[in-house]
Design a protein around this ligand. Structure first.
Ligand code: CTP
Ligand code: CA
Length: 224
């Protein structure tokens, strides 16, 4: 019986995950987006559910699919939608893992009709979106909070900065320097950094394996 319990170490735990890009509308036919495929977040959802956790997966527009009895997908479009959906579930969550590539800016004005082209250049005014992860860091109580950092330079320093400024327990550094890591592909090379500044480097692995490694590290950290 103990073996069975060991195999489902997250049974009864609720995990909130964000995945994918966000789309920020410009007018009824256009948006600002990014190249996030959602693959990493969906793999984390799968890995967490395989450990027995009840998963809420808040996902921006993606082609990824998941069918697991323990995973409930909440589709959203914009950063604002994602913020609202995440805050509905955070209080009752034990762990939150925010892997979504959320837009930092959105068009200040959304045109109700399609914007017509003119002869002149077009300047688009942008305003900041809410930082979802940071907002959770400000209100977290018992929750174990995990963020991602996508960096192209000064990677460790920037990731450590985000760990601190967003009040995280763990950050997953995604370096776009590495070939085979990042958008669209099914492999990733990440570095885990804990709140006590332990730095755990990994080889290039499938996103499924990275997700399993991440869940094992979180398990270790919450039991420590
Ligand atoms: N994030 C978020 N809400 C936002 C922006 C980012 O929840 N509006 C989260 C991401 O899901 C990720 C972490 O914050 O877990 C870091 O995202 P990243 O884009 O690397 O960092 P930023 O804080 O947005 O800073 P910058 O893009 O300038 O590096
Ligand atoms: Ca950002």
């Amino acid at each position: 019986e103990k073996d069975i319990l060991d195999q489902l170490p997250l049974k009864g735990k609720r995990i909130l995950i964000t995945a994918g890009p966000t789309h920020e509308a410009l007018d009824p036919v256009r948006f600002i987006g990014n190249h996030s495929s959602g693959k990493m977040g969906f793999q984390i959802a799968n890995a967490a559910a395989n450990l027995g956790a009840e998963v809420i997966l808040v996902s921006g527009p993606t082609h990824e699919k998941i069918s697991h009895s323990l995973v409930s997908v909440k589709p959203v479009v914009s950063a604002e939608d994602m913020y609202s959906e995440v805050h509905k579930h955070f209080e009752t969550s034990d762990i939150a893992i925010l892997s979504a590539a959320v837009a930092d800016y959105r068009p200040k004005n959304v045109a109700q009709q399609k914007i017509k082209k003119k002869d002149t250049a077009f300047t688009l005014e942008l305003e900041k979106t809410k930082d979802i992860l940071k907002s959770l860091g400000e209100i977290k109580k018992h929750q174990f909070l995990v963020g991602f950092a996508l960096e192209t330079n000064n990677e460790l320093e920037n990731a450590k900065g985000k760990l601190k400024s967003k009040n995280l327990d763990l950050i997953v550094l995604n370096s776009l320097q590495d070939k085979g890591a990042g958008f669209g592909v099914s492999t990733n090379k990440v570095t885990f950094i804990t709140a006590s500044n332990a730095i755990i480097e990994n080889e290039l692995k499938s996103k499924a394996e990275v997700a399993q490694d991440l869940m094992q590290l979180i398990l270790k950290q919450i039991h420590a």
